[in-house]
Design a protein. Structure first.
Length: 173
C-alpha cells in the first residue's frame, strides 16, 4: 500500500460518520418496503416434487407411469434374498431404508408382453403397504401431462387391492 493511499484512508477514518435521522413516517415507509420484499412467496425446495409428477418405467416392452408421491426410491437391481413357496412373480426380498420389501416382477401379473430384464428396483408405498417393482429402466420425474402421452398409469391401488398379489404366512397364495 502506497503512502498516498494510507494518507487517504487515514483522512477518511477521521471524517465524521453522518447519522441520518428519519422521521416516524419515513421509518414506517422503510419498514413497509422491507416487509413487502420479505413477504414474497417462498420458492419450493428443489427436493419437493409437485403432486402431478410421475416416474416413467419400462416393464418389458411396455411403458407405464407411477405417481412420484408413491415412490420411495429407485436403486440399481441387486441380489435378492429368495423366499421359498412364493409365487413366481415374487423375485425375493430386499432391504430399503431399514424396511424389508418384497420385490415383484409385475409383467406377468399385468399380462404385459415381453420379459422384464431387471435393471432397477422402484420401491413404492401406498398407505402401509410397500414393495419393490423390477423395471428395465426408469425416467423422471416428468409432468403427468407429458407422461400420459407416453404411457398409461400403473394403478398401485388396484394392485394392492388385488387378492392374488397377497402372500399369506404359509405361502399358499
Amino acid at each position: 500500500m502506497s503512502a498516498t493511499t494510507r494518507e487517504q484512508l487515514a483522512r477518511l477514518r477521521r471524517l465524521p460518520v453522518p447519522v441520518r435521522e428519519r422521521t416516524a413516517d419515513q421509518e414506517a415507509r422503510l419498514l413497509e418496503r422491507r416487509a413487502r420484499a420479505l413477504a414474497r412467496p417462498v420458492a419450493p425446495d428443489a427436493d419437493e416434487t409437485p403432486a402431478d409428477t410421475v416416474l416413467l418405467v419400462s416393464l418389458g416392452s411396455d411403458r407405464r407411469t407411477i405417481a412420484v408421491a408413491h415412490v420411495l426410491d429407485v436403486t440399481p437391481f441387486d441380489a435378492l434374498t429368495p423366499v421359498p413357496g412364493t409365487p413366481p412373480y415374487v423375485l425375493g426380498l430386499t432391504s430399503r431404508r431399514g424396511r424389508v420389501l418384497a420385490v415383484c416382477d409385475l409383467a406377468p401379473v399385468l399380462g404385459l408382453a415381453g420379459p422384464v430384464t431387471p435393471r432397477e428396483i422402484v420401491a413404492v408405498e401406498l398407505g402401509d403397504v410397500a414393495f419393490g417393482i423390477v423395471v428395465d429402466a426408469s425416467e423422471g420425474p416428468l409432468p403427468q401431462t407429458a407422461a400420459n402421452r407416453l404411457a398409461p398409469s400403473l394403478d398401485l391401488q388396484a394392485l394392492v387391492a388385488e387378492r392374488r398379489l397377497e402372500i399369506d404366512h404359509e405361502g399358499e397364495r
